[in-house]
Design a protein around this ligand. Structure first.
Ligand SMILES: Nc1ncnc2c1ncn2[C@@H]1O[C@H](COP(=O)(O)OP(=O)(O)OP(=O)(O)O)[C@@H](O)[C@H]1O
Length: 458
């Protein structure tokens, strides 16, 4: 066994060592590179927060800005401004998908207890999808948002208003107006201002230019629109191709339909990985229950748990369902492209985040579903992956994509989903929406859900 490093032994806490192990020179270079890029409103926020930390005045801040205003960009520069001075920043997020956007990001867990705080910065956009609480109604979801908390009165709200995702240089006056209108339409959807008066749910018209109206076979139509001819995909070696594209759907069921279709079309070596499912031995009540047969366990599909039968092909994009290596960029939500299929593992190339292009091996893991209403504890040994030609709207939160296909074989069902979907896109021409009725006929209207009471006291 190697001896423990003395430096580690002398420090009181390994988490503090962990947080202080950032390369200060690298952090300073990142900081100095991005500082001149800040817009005036971003710089104001930066000055206020960095000032409170450096002058030790502390404070509780809430950074409020709609999708694409640069909240993540600011988190990064604020983190490097503080880390380059050898101080500690804890980036925590309420979901894995958000935490993977930041260096050293984690989901909010027990780390909190370890540190003494000089300041808190919260942030977000109340127009986006709110915390998912299984079985909760509108009131409970709204009450789970930060501005319903007793902490809210201590928060100083800082605002960002300029959509940086849609920012382009060298626009003609006409293009600039067009972009401004697009940006406004996205916000109006987010604020529930279209088809007013409404109390949360409204049928809204989608502008013609985004609609796919000619679709005999809806799944084929949306897939072709975003990925072109699927038979050419496997030879596509450009990591940016998949990085910038996704089809977004409201539910996992819709996502599965598209992924199966795309897998059928993709030429490439194929394997189906079957999981081994068991009852967790610590669940002594269920371990001998004969009703919980292997076949029954195999049939269970819950969010966050890879399927029992996972069909993969070389060349297909996949999404990680577990945090494997946060520092190496392998987090719940990271997207990869399969490069080799082996007996109990796969090789894949990272296509999102800072580690784009890096090849990694993904092994099988023993996974216990975390968010489940199952009345017993099960374990599944499987590759922690799901095919990701299509992903749910909730999983897309926080991502910037150049080509977004929104497939709505059923309307969105929760606050902010339509807004999150349409605000992922980096340009107007990259957005396509296919709405179909129960008979598969293309439609021009869809439901928008906005719980307006969540915007109170902002
Ligand atoms: N000052 C800036 N200079 C250059 N690019 C910027 C700047 N601010 C933001 N961006 C870019 O704009 C895009 C959107 O920014 P970012 O992802 O930080 O927004 P966000 O507010 O976190 O969005 P969301 O709420 O949808 O997650 C990113 O590609 C980011 O790199």
């Amino acid at each position: 066994m190697p001896k423990p490093r003395r430096t580690v032994a002398r420090e009181e806490n390994v988490l503090i060592v962990d947080e202080k192990s950032y390369n200060q020179k690298e952090q300073k270079e990142n900081h100095d590179r991005d500082l001149p890029k800040l817009t005036d409103e971003q710089k104001k926020v930066y000055d206020e927060i960095v000032g409170a930390v450096l002058e030790r005045t502390g404070g509780v801040f809430f950074l409020f800005g709609f999708g694409g205003t640069g909240k993540t960009f600011l988190w990064k520069i604020l983190s490097s401004a503080i880390r380059c001075r050898g101080e500690i920043v804890l980036n925590v997020a309420s979901s894995g998908i958000a935490s993977l956007l930041l260096q050293g990001g984690r989901t909010a867990h027990s780390r909190w207890e370890t540190f003494w705080w000089k300041g808190y910065v919260f942030g977000g956009d109340f127009r986006q999808v709110l915390p998912v609480i299984p079985g909760a109604g509108r009131a409970e979801v709204v009450c789970s948002a930060l501005n319903s908390s007793y902490l809210w009165k201590h928060c100083k709200v800082l605002k960002l208003t300029k959509n940086m995702r849609l920012l382009s240089d060298n626009l003609t006056a006409e293009e600039a107006t067009d972009l401004k209108n697009f940006s406004k339409w996205i916000l109006d959807v987010g604020d529930g201002k279209i088809e007013e008066p409404n109390d949360g749910e409204a049928e809204i018209d989608i502008p013609e230019e985004f609609l796919i109206t000619d679709a005999e076979e809806p799944i084929e139509a949306i897939s072709r629109e975003i990925y072109g001819d699927a038979s050419d995909l496997q030879d596509n070696t450009d990591p940016l191709f998949f990085q910038g594209r996704a089809i977004l759907c409201p539910t996992n069921e819709d996502v599965n339909m598209i992924n199966e279709y795309m897998l059928d079309k993709l030429n490439g070596e194929e394997r189906t990985y079957l999981s081994s499912d068991t009852i967790d031995p610590c669940d002594t009540a269920a371990i001998n229950d004969e009703a919980l047969s292997t076949e029954f366990l195999n049939s269970i599909r819950v969010a966050g748990l890879p399927n029992h039968a996972l069909r993969l092909k070389v060349g297909c994009p996949v999404m990680l369902l577990r945090n494997i290596d946060p520092i190496g960029g392998l987090m719940n939500g990271t997207r990869l492209q399969i490069t080799q299929l082996a007996d109990f593992m796969v090789e894949a190339k990272v296509i999102t985040g800072d580690k784009v292009g890096v090849k990694v091996i993904i092994p099988r893991l023993l996974i216990t579903p975390s968010d489940t209403l199952l009345p017993f504890k099960m374990r599944r040994r499987q590759l922690p992956l799901a095919v990701a030609f299509a992903i749910t709207i909730n999983k897309s939160q926080g991502q910037s994509l150049s080509q977004v296909g929104i497939f709505l074989p059923r309307p969105v069902f929760s606050h902010g989903q339509l807004y999150v979907a349409i605000s992922r896109v980096t340009s107007k021409k990259g957005l396509k929406i296919l709405i179909v009725d129960s008979e598969g006929k293309p439609q021009r209207r869809t439901t928008n859900v906005v719980f307006k009471e969540v915007f109170k006291n902002l």
